[in-house]
Design a protein around this ligand. Structure first.
Ligand code: GTP
Ligand code: ZN
Length: 388
């Protein structure tokens, strides 16, 4: 049993992050502070209007800067000095750029909108080379906030003076600004995953799997639910046939042929039904965790010739931003510890094992190409290590 004060601390931490995400999405300013007192004002670059920008400029101690990921900076052809670039594996390190007066903040985003070399050159002409960040942890957390809000990983950051006395929260309240602690942002995914609650359960007979139930699991911040589709009677003393399916609005609902999600979804239910029992976890992590809107942006880039991995990276994301902690929590709560996992993705096997779920067998789960998704399937095999 978790003590009540810890529960309420957890709920408060999740709620603070949720408020910050909503604020960013509507173009508002968020005050971010780390445990050492470093602080900054954050507005998401893609939502930053003139009113928010001027307010941020007025409140900040120094001139606002643009922060994006190293991937994004490199994608627009920016040279990153070695002392700022970080190590080889540091491709998602935040990169701080001076924002010269009069340069619109969305300049860093335009190359994806227009997808042209010309837009790249305009961005490069206006933005100088990266500078050292006044507070690297604040920059890193601001990027994490933008990603959690399913926005592009680029923010305007207004530096604030160090606040050893923990007065920032009161200051933010006085200014009527949303405040969040960096530690709450960085632990958000894990905290939300550990605190899933089952909130509904109903019989939903499916075509080809009439003995099906859907269980809905809600993170305690009120975020989007994950679903478990249970077919037949599972026996947790034996390895259970499991499919981890990441939400794909276009493939699952519309039957998009750009990917293989639709056939994989229906194919998984059919196979589970054929074997008698099993669980499909329908995970709220659309677009490999970047959200539907960013996936559509990635599709635009793919139409310009980038593959599915490069397109994510052009936008500043990692190739795959999914987390599997919610999946592990749901399986554990259902008493499932050993699974036969239907997947071609070795990362899913590694992640479940990391969270203590034993994958006793991988069950291959591939379907023929459909005339539109050959490149997508080839890229997953060649570049993401998917097994055939
Ligand atoms: N960012 C991005 N996401 C995509 C693209 N195409 C499909 N997706 C998303 O990729 C995810 C596919 O998930 P899955 O089929 O569960 O996973 P997988 O990594 O292919 O692995 P297995 O199917 O288990 O072998 C869904 O969330 C889709 O929305 C794309 O081009 N870009
Ligand atoms: Zn899909």
């Amino acid at each position: 049993m978790i003590p009540a004060q810890i529960q309420s601390r957890t709920a408060a931490s999740l709620a603070a992050v949720e408020r910050a995400l909503a604020e960013l999405r509507r173009g508002g300013i968020v005050v971010l502070r780390d445990e050492n007192g470093a602080a900054g004002l954050v507005v998401a670059a893609e939502c930053c209007g003139p009113v928010a920008f001027q307010r941020l400029q007025g409140l900040a101690q120094n001139a606002p800067v643009l922060v994006t990921t190293r991937r994004r900076a490199e994608a627009i052809g920016m040279e990153i000095p070695p002392h700022i670039a970080g190590g080889m594996g540091d491709t998602n390190k935040p990169i701080t750029l001076d924002l010269p007066a009069g340069v619109p903040v969305d300049i860093i985003l335009r190359p994806h909108e227009q997808g042209t070399d010309q837009a790249r050159h305009v961005a490069l002409r206006h933005l100088s080379r990266p500078v050292a960040s006044h507070a690297p942890r604040i920059a890193e957390t601001a990027i994490e906030l933008a990603k959690l809000a399913r926005l592009l990983p680029a923010v305007v950051l207004g530096p604030l003076t160090r606040d050893p006395g923990n007065k920032r929260r009161d200051w933010a309240r006085d200014q009527d600004l949303v405040y969040v602690d960096a530690a709450d942002v960085l632990s958000y995914d894990d905290t939300a995953a550990r605190n899933l609650q089952q909130v509904a359960q109903a019989n939903v007979p499916l075509e080809g799997a009439e003995n099906a139930r859907i269980l809905a699991w809600r993170p305690s911040d009120g975020g989007k639910e994950h679903l478990a589709i249970v077919v037949g009677e599972i026996d947790p003393t034996e390895p259970v046939l499991i499919r981890l399916h990441s939400e794909c609005f276009t493939g699952d609902l519309l039957g998009s042929l750009r990917c293989d999600c639709g056939v994989q979804l229906r194919g998984a239910i059919a196979q589970i039904a054929k074997e008698g029992s099993g669980v499909l976890l329908y995970l709220a992590q659309e677009g490999r965790g970047i959200g539907l809107v960013n996936k559509l942006r990635a599709y635009e880039l793919q139409d310009d010739g980038f593959d599915t991995i490069d397109a994510n990276e052009q936008l500043g994301f990692d190739a795959d931003e999914r987390v599997y902690a919610p999946a592990a929590t749901m399986l554990t709560r259902m008493g499932i510890k050993r699974v036969r996992l239907m997947t071609n993705n070795p990362e899913k096997i590694a992640q479940l094992s990391r969270y203590g779920i034993e994958v006793v067998e991988r069950v291959a789960h591939s379907f023929p190409a459909n005339g539109h998704n050959e490149n997508y399937l080839r890229t997953k095999a060649l570049r993401a290590g998917h097994l055939l």
